[in-house]
Design a binder for this molecule. Structure first.
Ligand code: NAD
Length: 330
């Protein structure tokens, strides 16, 4: 099994090289460029490609991969909203992913964002570096005794529910498929979650139904002074509506690990670029917003689990013995 690995970062190579020791039948060539219309042709001579959250796996790209006889797309992530599944089905390609490499890694990042915007850590860090020890503008709220509203209680949402419970919060949630193991969580409808929660954390996937689920209308349903955290996918939130809501002083704080228009940024150093969109700068112009770089997954444990599962997915494909949970079906 020869895999062409797109969008390689140093930490990818380190964790996959480590995991390869257990998979002698697999070889990987690492390519820095991401998968796109231009780079798809590089896959000629390989059995599979390995792609990531910002890879272009659109119909045109899938067509090019099929022309290069690629039969398997290994997504080294949980989300697959960037994959045109109708196209992969049309060309008889298998798509596999890593659904649950470390839900706690992402949930801990979500709580970190909630705490950081709540206690203004981003402001305080800069102030103290400048010998400004004033507490002006740094007042937060206790999470203890408040209500956390979790939207989507799959693997990551469930981990977030447990963290919030640990903080002494009342935990309510919305999911069409309630997670029966979360007996301390009160399930309710989305509107009730929005209007009752002091902290709202989004953990559902991006689908046709969830696109812009946070909009002018749903923001208007939220409590004033709510903290909103999104570690799921940027397009769950209509950013223009979010900005309007922030300007209208609706939010105590907003923590985003993902945001619309992030695709060209993930995970590049763009210090010298003229950005094509001003969304990030506009969001960061508000004192109560923190944006991180789609790094919720970035822990040593998660990276190792991602590489081991991706390589196991490749072997399962060779042996035609799939882990159904990792197969992405249209
Ligand atoms: P999961 O499949 O285990 O859980 C998703 C849950 O969302 C399911 O319980 C599902 O029923 C629910 N859901 C679906 N549509 C919904 C809707 N309209 N309203 C409410 N709930 C809905 O997925 P997961 O592993 O918990 O991951 C969740 C998301 O986190 C992924 O889709 C991915 O986009 C994102 N993610 C982000 C990072 C990061 O680094 N920031 C890393 C991994 C995953």
């Amino acid at each position: 099994m020869k895999i062409l690995f797109y969008d390689t970062k140093k930490y990818d190579k380190e964790s996959f090289d480590k995991a390869l020791a257990e998979f002698p039948d697999i070889t990987i060539d690492y390519c820095e460029a991401d998968l796109s219309l231009t780079t798809a042709a590089l896959s000629k001579g390989y059995d599979a490609v390995c792609a990531f959250v910002s890879s272009d796996v659109s119909e045109e790209v899938v067509e090019k991969l099929a022309a290069c006889k690629i039969k398997l797309i290994l997504m080294r992530c949980a989300g697959f909203n960037n994959v045109d599944l109708a196209a992969t089905q049309k060309y008889g390609m298998t798509v596999m992913r890593v659904p649950g490499y470390s839900p706690e890694a992402v949930a801990e990042h979500a709580m970190m964002l909630a705490l950081a915007v709540n206690r203004h850590v981003h402001k305080s860090y800069i102030k103290v570096r400048e010998n400004n020890f004033s507490l002006q503008g740094l007042t937060g709220i206790n999470f203890y005794g408040k209500t956390a509203g979790i939207v989507g209680t799959g693997k990551i949402g469930a981990a977030m529910c447990k963290i919030c419970q640990g903080f002494g919060m009342k935990v309510i949630a919305y999911d069409m498929y309630p997670n029966k193991s979360l007996d301390f969580v009160e399930y309710t409808d989305l509107e009730t979650v929005l209007k009752s929660s002091d902290l709202i954390s989004l953990h559902c996937p991006l689908t046709k139904d969830t696109y812009h689920m946070i909009s002018e209308y749903t923001i208007s349903k939220m409590k004033d002074n709510v903290i909103l955290v999104n570690t799921s996918r940027g397009a769950l939130i209509n950013t223009e509506d979010l900005i309007a809501g922030i300007r209208a002083r609706k939010f105590f704080g907003v923590g985003l690990d993902v945001y619309e228009e992030e695709t060209n940024n993930v995970f590049e150093n763009r210090e010298e670029d003229f950005m094509e969109s001003s969304i990030t700068s506009r969001l960061l112009s508000f004192p109560n917003v923190i944006v991180t770089s789609h790094q919720g997954f970035l822990t040593e444990e998660a990276l190792l689990a991602i590489s081991q599962t991706t390589l196991q997915n490749a072997m399962d494909f060779v042996e035609n013995d799939f882990n159904e949970a990792n197969l992405v079906k249209p």
